[in-house]
Design a protein around this ligand. Structure first.
Ligand code: DGL
Length: 280
């Protein structure tokens, strides 16, 4: 079992923000990353659609790639489908992702936290439970960012969304709805902004420029990678880490055309891996 790959999936290229942390934490493991670009974005789909599609994608990773563990690198799929995935494959080690509200509560000094995520994540029971658990005395302002994940994907082809919106115009619109933000002079306002969708770290330069340097952006790639390491260790599924062991193999798969995933992996992670297209 130890030599088998770890499966990672997202609706699109966003999960590469998690894969980046996984490759750093587990350099000798093989990974199969699947971007479900044929069905993206998940954020505006119904719960049952996300559930059924997540089942199909994970079944493919198990049957075709014999994965030893799964990382759900998509907040929306976690929020809508993780219970069903765990119930369907109770023996599959599974690490899921959720908006990093817990670390944000430790980081904030003003006690005001903003969360940007998809409509599917924000509308889920799981998200409501997360906020109820960690909010405490803090103010948590929540913003659904329809179209932003899609705009981040489209920007790879140098395109805007069909309605003309771009990454920048959507980031401005949604952060305006979250204001005020703390700044160097004024310590009132949001000082911690949770990127609750794995696509959003790829807009972090744009977001940081808009909200200012007094606001800390929080995303969970590194904690998810650490959790994956711990889980594999606990199950005795880590590859033996010999000093001269070669780096693991990475397979990139897209359910629609592969070019965007190939390009995103090159641009954002510096990888020269050509993605394959798998019509599932
Ligand atoms: N990257 C995904 C997430 O973390 C979903 C984006 C989408 O497909 O809407 O929520």
């Amino acid at each position: 079992m130890q030599h088998l790959p770890i499966g990672v999936f997202d609706s699109g290229v966003g999960g590469l923000s998690v894969l980046r942390a996984l490759l750093a934490q587990l350099p000798h493991e093989d990974f199969v990353y699947l971007a479900d670009t044929a069905w993206a974005p998940y954020g505006e789909r119904s719960k049952s659609e996300v559930e059924q599609r997540s089942l199909q994608v994970v079944r493919y990773l198990i049957d075709t790639h014999h994965i030893k563990a799964l990382v759900v690198a998509c907040n929306t799929a976690t929020a809508q489908a993780v219970e069903l995935l765990r119930a369907t494959w109770p023996h599959l080690p599974l690490v899921a992702i959720e908006p990093a509200l817990k670390p944000a509560t430790q980081a904030t000094r003003t006690g005001q936290i903003g969360i940007m995520a998809t409509q599917g994540t924000i509308g889920s029971d799981k998200f409501k439970q997360l906020v109820a658990k960690w909010q405490g005395e803090r103010t948590v302002r929540i913003q659904a960012c329809n179209g932003l994940a899609l705009a981040i994907e489209n920007a790879l082809d140098g395109k805007a969304n069909p309605d003309g919106e771009t990454v920048e115009s959507l980031c401005r619109r949604y952060t305006d709805l979250l204001r005020p933000f703390a700044n160097q002079e004024d310590a009132d306002g949001i000082d911690t902004l949770v990127l609750g969708c794995t696509h959003y770290p790829f807009a972090s330069d744009v977001l940081q420029a808009i909200v200012g340097s007094a606001v800390q952006l929080v995303e969970p790639g590194v904690p998810v990678a650490r959790q994956t390491y711990r889980l594999l260790q606990e199950k005795n599924l880590l590859r033996p880490e010999k000093e001269d062991a070669p780096r693991g193999q990475l397979t990139l798969l897209a359910t629609a055309a592969h070019q965007r995933l190939t390009m995103a992996a090159h641009k954002w992670l510096g990888l020269d891996v050509i993605a394959k297209s798998v019509p599932i």
